[in-house]
Design a binder for this molecule. Sequence first.
Ligand code: BGC
Length: 758
Amino acid sequence: MKKLSLLLLLSATLISCNNNSMSTNTNDIDRKVDSLLSLMTLEEKVGQMNQYNGFWNVTGPVPEEGDAAKKYDDLRNGRVGSMLNVRGVEEVRKVQQIAVEESRLGIPLIIGFDVIHGYETMSPIPLAEAASWNMDLIKRSAEVAAREAAASGINWTFAPMVDISRDARWGRVMEGAGEDPYLGSLVAAARVKGFQGEDLSSPLTIAACAKHFAAYGFSESGKDYNTVDVGTATLYNTVFPPFKAAKEAGVRTFMNAFNELNGIPATGNAFLQREVLKGEWEFDGFVVSDWGSVNEMIIHGFARDGRDAALKAATAGSDMDMESYHYVNHLAKLVEDGEVEESLIDDAVRRILRVKFELGLFEDPYKYCDAQREKDIIGSEEHHQAVLEMAKHSIVLLKNEGGLLPLKKEGQSLAIIGPLADDKTSPLGSWRIAAEDGTAVSVLEGMTTYEGNTITHRQGVKLTEGSPSFTMETKINTTDRTGIPEAVAAARGKDVVIMVLGEHGFQSGEGRSRTALDLPGLQQELLEAVYEVNKNIVLVLMNGRPLAINWADEHVPAIVEAWHLGSESGNAIAQVLYGDHNPNGKLPMTFPRDVGQVPLYYNHKNTGRPVIPAPDLVFWSHYIDQTNQPLYPFGHGLSYTDFTYEELTVSKDTLKGDEVLNVSLKLTNTGEVTGTETAQLYLRDMVASRTRPVKELKKFTQVTLAPGESQTLTFEIKEEDLAFYTGNNTWQAESGDFTLFAGGSSNTVLEATFYFEK
Ligand code: BGC
C-alpha cells in the first residue's frame, strides 16, 4: 500500500484528468508524467517499455525465459509496463494488484488484447463491416466491443488493423477494410472513435491501436510475414492514409509490423516511426512492437543479437517491446554504456505513461475490474442487437437473376445444403479469442425462425477433418464424399436450394495465406452435383477474403456474400434471404476471376498499353488466358430493387484555389421495393507530375428511396480532394484536367469533367 500512496500523493498535487478541457488536461497530464518520471530509476523506466504475454493465446513462439515465475518477479520489480492476453476481471485484478501494490512505484499496467471484431459478442469480421460503407454502424460495433472488453478488465485493443491490401491470398485481409485508401481511412477513424469514445477515462472505453505500421498488407505474393518493397509514393498515396486518419481521429497507440519495408524491418524503421509518425504527423501516443518483432530483426538479418535488436528498435522509435524481452534485458545496459541516450528512453516512457494517465489508471487502477459490470454488460441483448444490425448491413448481394431472392415466406420447399449451413463456430471468424466455439447463430437456425416453408438440411460434405484450430494447421477434407448422394437427393425437386459454402472460420486470418481462391475441399464438387438436379440455387458464401467463384457466377442464379458475420450471423442471413432486410452492402475489395490476376484492384494505373485492341493483337497489358476484368468490381453490390443514375453535373467548369465544386447527380429507385443505395463518386487526375490511378474513390453517400422516388445527390469537391504525393515529393493538388465518374460501383456509368486551377 506504501507504493499506492506515493502515486496518490502525486495525483493529489494535480487536478484530475478528463476530456472536458483537453488542453489544460494535456498540460496536467504532461506535468504528472514528468513528476513521475523524475522518481523513476532507469530500470523502472525500461520496465514501462516491456510488455509480457499472460500465457493465453499466442501467435508466435514464446522466448525460453517466458516462465510465469520470472514474469511475476518482474511485475513486482517494476520491470513490466503492460501485459497482453490477460482477461476477465479476476485475472486482470491479480496482475494489476502486483504491479500497483507490490512494486516500488506502483505504476498500473495497461492491459492489451486483440479485440478485433468484438469481444464475446462478435461483430462481423472487419472486411465484412467495411462492406456496409456505414460509418455509424461500424463505430457502434467498435463501441460494443470496447464496452465488453473494458468490462472484462481490458483497457487497450490491438485494433483497428488499417493495412490496405490488394491481395486476396493474404489471410489477414479479413482483418482490414479492403483495398481502398479513402474507404479505409473513414473506417479507421470510425473504429478508433468507437473504441475510444469521447472520454478515454470512462470505464467503458479503451485505447485503440492502428496497426501494422506499415505496408504489412503488401507482403510479396500474399504470403504472411513476407518481404515488402514499395516506393515512397505508394506509401504516401495508398498505405499511409488510413494510418493518418487513425492518428487524426485520436488513436493513442500504433503497432509496427513483422515485415521489412524496402530492406529495413518496420520495427527498426526510423523513417516510419520517427520521421513520419512522430515527426511529420506529431503523434504523441506510443508505438508497440508486434509480437516478438524486436527479436525477429535478428532473423531478418538486420540485428546481430538481442542487444543490437533492442538498440535498433528503440532508436528507431519502437516504444514498447511485445514479448521479445530484449528491452527489459538490454536497454538499461545500453544506456549505461552510452549507446542509447537516456532522453530517448524518457521520451518512450513519457508516451506510455501519458496514455495510462489518459485512461485514468492512476486515479483508479481497478476501474476496469468491476465484477458486477462484467456480468451485466458482456453479452447483453443491446449488444446482440447492435451486431445483428451490423451483420445485416455487411451482406453483399453479388448476383440475383430470375427473382429467386427474396424467398417467399410461405409454401416453398427449401433444401439447405453445405458444410457451413449448421456451423455455429465458423461465422465467428478469425480473431475471436473471447467468444466460445459454437455460439454463433447458424444459417440453419436463422432460417428455422421463419416457419412458413419446409426445410430439409444436409451437410453434403465436411469442410475439415476435425475441428479448426487457431494455432494449428487444419486439414481440409478432400476425400470423404459419402454425404454427396444424400445432399443431391434432398435437393431434387425442391423449390429452392440454399447452399452455404466457403471458408471455415480459421481459414483466413493471420498465417492463413492461400495460393488458391476457390471453394476449398470438395465444395465445388458438391455444388456441381446439386446443380445437376436443381438449378434454383442460392449460394450463400461465408469467407474471410474475396474468392474466385467463376463457375458459380456463370451457373448459379443468386449469390449472397455473407462473410463471417459474427454471433448473429444466421439471423442476419435469414432476414436478407427473406427480404426483411433489403441488402445494401458493397464490396470493399475486388473479387478476381482467377488467382493469377492478383493483385487486382480498381484504382490501378493506366500503363502505356492499356486499351483492349482487336482480339488478335498481342502487345498490350493483358493475359493471354484470362480477361483483365474482375469477377465483381470494388464497390459492387445489388439490391432487391434497381437504381438508375442520371445527370451528372458540375457547378462550374473550372475549380479555383479554395473554392468548392458541387457535383450533382439524380438517383432514382426504379424497382418495386424500398432500398438503400451507396452512390459512389470517383475521380481521375488526367495528367500529373506522377501518374495517377485510372479512378479513385473520393466521396460516397447512402440514401434510402421508395419505389419510383428520385433524389438529387450533391458531393463537394475541394482542392484537398485532389491532393496526392506529387513528383516533387510533396502532398498537394496540381492544376489540370480532371474526370469525374459516378455509379453504384467502381464500374461507373456517368462521367463529367472539370479543370482545376491552383
Ligand atoms: C499480430 C498482431 C497481434 C499480436 C498480439 C501478432 O501475431 O500480428 O496483430 O496484435 O500478435 O496478439
